[in-house]
Design a protein around this ligand. Structure first.
Ligand code: PEP
Ligand code: MG
Length: 586
């Protein structure tokens, strides 16, 4: 037997689990399709379809009851979405039409209908969108299994502690897992934002997703280690490897326990300099983890995902209801809603955008919104109305000049006038902020600071544009360097300009959630950091160990260094002197 087989996927939920593999086959049942000959058969197939859909709804209702008992909000939202999809009249009508017109059996008609829907979705080159098409897969499989009369709910009581290996797990499958017996799970499908990943984090089960062909490489009963932190699994570890991971597991759990202690502590440095810690979210289901990790609020709500996973543009009412829910759930903490950042690497299916040679430098984000005014205004109106139910701030992406801010303000003013005329409740005063993620905006930060209430630095794009490195091109990834002296100098310019003009400055790019850079950001005087909720507690731990005054002195020195390498090694050298404890282990 081959030992220590290392397989790499995507870490969906951190932690380490060690146990025996249980393979779950949850694929589509096979059907032999047939043509129908008489009206009686046609009616019978239509009845089968209705019955299978009804059964599927009942099963999901039961799964929902189960998760609400366990208070897993994320799963409730997702299962609700699946129930709504099952109740979709158009979907059912289309399948019924196929049975009648094409005289095919219910399973065939359902598959063909789903195929058309999925084809529409998959023609969009967007990772998130592809993951959302897994929702269609889940419900299709469920209906098909009910049509075939197969058992749909997995894993009654496996008896021993196990690691689930599956092609994919629907939220309802995941909700039915017996957390006492399941140590973690590994799936072939999914990415970091897939429902499986969200559920794994909610259940706090270590998991790795997107591990292609895993079901072919692992056998039932194989010993498996899941390392959800690094996104790897090890199949059939030898005793040495097993021991190493048992120790890692103990250390990680100890680390986690200690971190929880930080949840309700303030995020201030050892010498009393306070830094607000906020969460980045992309979908509503993530809101509860924002609270679980003790964030001061939501620093970045990326709204593009409300558009790109839909067949239709969201209406003002839909957006309003989502923003209102988030604002109410998080109140009195603030939520910063970023307006649509479409284009670049995120596209919508229903808006015709001409293909561009350089999409990241093209009609993206605010440029798109200032052209598509109806879409923009619909979103602004929804945000202004939701503002009456909590503490909402509004953030505009990819600003590159003052004119854009002037135009935005004019449109906000118009939107408010319209709402007033229509006697709709809205908040008349809402803080306006801009993303500083284009080098031109960073350079004229002093001028822009007079126009807005706050800045939020988007380092993902700022570094991309400043260093001329495509952030999704692996070939130049080695040049993507937050410690490049140009980046540090520009950050200083932005933060100083904001403070000289009396406004706060946040950072919401990936750089904000990486412990390595925190001493520099503290030394530069950043006011707020916004990141993936999972990174919040460790960041707070680091902040509480730092001396602000010493970080400030260190940054003065770092700013004069010629290369990123020099900055990195100087940063390491200073690690002990800026901190009350040793925290950098690399
Ligand atoms: C950024 O550019 O740093 C940012 C936070 O925005 P996004 O990653 O959504 O482009
Ligand atoms: Mg950006």
């Amino acid at each position: 037997m081959e030992q220590n087989i290392l397989l790499k996927g995507i870490g969906a939920s951190p932690g380490i689990a060690i146990g025996k593999a249980l393979l779950v086959d949850h694929g589509r049942p096979d059907f032999s399709h047939y043509r129908l000959s008489d009206p009686q058969e046609i009616q019978q197939e239509i009845d089968y379809l209705h019955r299978a859909i009804e059964e599927s709804i009942q099963q999901l209702m039961r799964a929902k009851k189960e998760v609400s008992k366990r208070k897993i909000k994320e799963a409730q939202y997702i299962i609700d979405t699946h129930i709504l999809m099952l109740q979709d009249k158009v979907l059912i009508a289309n399948a019924v039409k196929k049975i009648k017109n094409e005289k095919v059996d219910a399973a065939w008609a359902l598959k063909a209908t789903m195929q058309e829907l999925k084809k529409n979705i998959s023609s969009i080159d967007d990772e998130y969108m592809k993951e959302r098409s897994s929702d269609l897969d889940y419900i299709e499989k469920r209906i098909l299994r009910n049509l075939a009369g197969k058992k749909t709910d997995i894993l009654s009581k496996p008896g021993e502690k196990i690691i689930i290996i599956a092609y994919d797990l629907s939220p309802a499958d995941t909700a039915n897992l017996n957390v006492e017996e399941v140590l973690g799970f590994v799936t072939e499908c999914g990415g970091k934002t897939s429902h499986t990943a969200i559920m794994a984090r909610a259940l706090k089960l270590p998991s790795v997703v997107g591990l292609k062909d895993v079901s072919k490489q692992v056998k039932n009963g194989d010993m498996v280690i899941i390392d959800g932190i690094h996104g790897v699994i090890i199949v059939n570890p030898d005793p040495e490897m097993l021991l190493k991971y048992r120790q890692k597991k103990i250390h990680y759990e100890e680390f986690e326990r200690k971190l929880l202690h930080y949840k309700d502590l303030t995020s201030e440095t050892y010498d009393g300099f306070n830094i607000g810690l906020f969460a980045n979210i992309e979908i509503v289901e993530e809101v509860s983890s924002v609270l679980d990790y003790g964030a001061d609020g939501i620093g970045l709500f990326r709204t593009e995902f409300l558009y790109i996973n839909k067949r239709e543009l969201p209406t003002e009412e839909e957006l309003y209801s989502i923003f209102k829910t988030v604002a109410q759930t998080i109140a009195p903490r603030p939520v910063t809603i970023r307006t649509l950042d479409i284009g670049g690497d995120k596209f919508m299916s229903h808006v015709d955008v001409a293909e561009e040679m350089n999409p990241v430098m093209g009609l993206r984000a605010i440029r798109f919104c200032l052209k598509e005014l109806t879409i923009f205004k619909t979103q602004l109106r929804a945000i202004l109305r939701a503002g009456a139910h909590g503490n909402i701030k509004i953030l505009f992406p990819m600003i590159s000049c003052v004119d854009e801010v002037v135009q935005i303000k004019k449109i906000i003013h118009e939107a408010k006038r319209e709402l007033k005329r229509e006697k709709k409740t809205f908040t008349p005063e809402m803080e306006i902020g801009i993303m500083i993620e284009v080098p031109s905006a960073a350079t004229i930060a002093d001028i822009l600071a007079r126009e807005v209430n706050f800045f939020s630095i988007g380092t993902n794009d700022l570094i991309q544009y400043l260093l001329a490195i495509d952030r999704v091109n692996e070939q130049v990834a080695y040049l993507y360097e937050p410690l490049h002296p140009a980046v540090l100098r520009l950050l200083k310019n932005i933060i100083d300009a904001a403070h000289d003009n009396g406004i706060r400055v946040a950072m919401c790019g990936e750089m904000a959630g990486d412990p390595t850079y925190i001493p520099i950001l503290v030394g530069l005087g950043i006011d707020e950091l916004s990141m993936n909720p999972i990174a919040l507690l460790e960041t707070k731990q680091v902040i509480r160990s730092l001396y602000y005054t010493k970080c400030k002195e260190m940054v003065e020195k770092l700013l004069s260094l010629p290369t990123a390498q020099a900055v990195r090694s100087s940063l390491k050298k200073h690690a002990n002197s800026v901190s009350s404890k040793i925290y950098l282990d690399n």
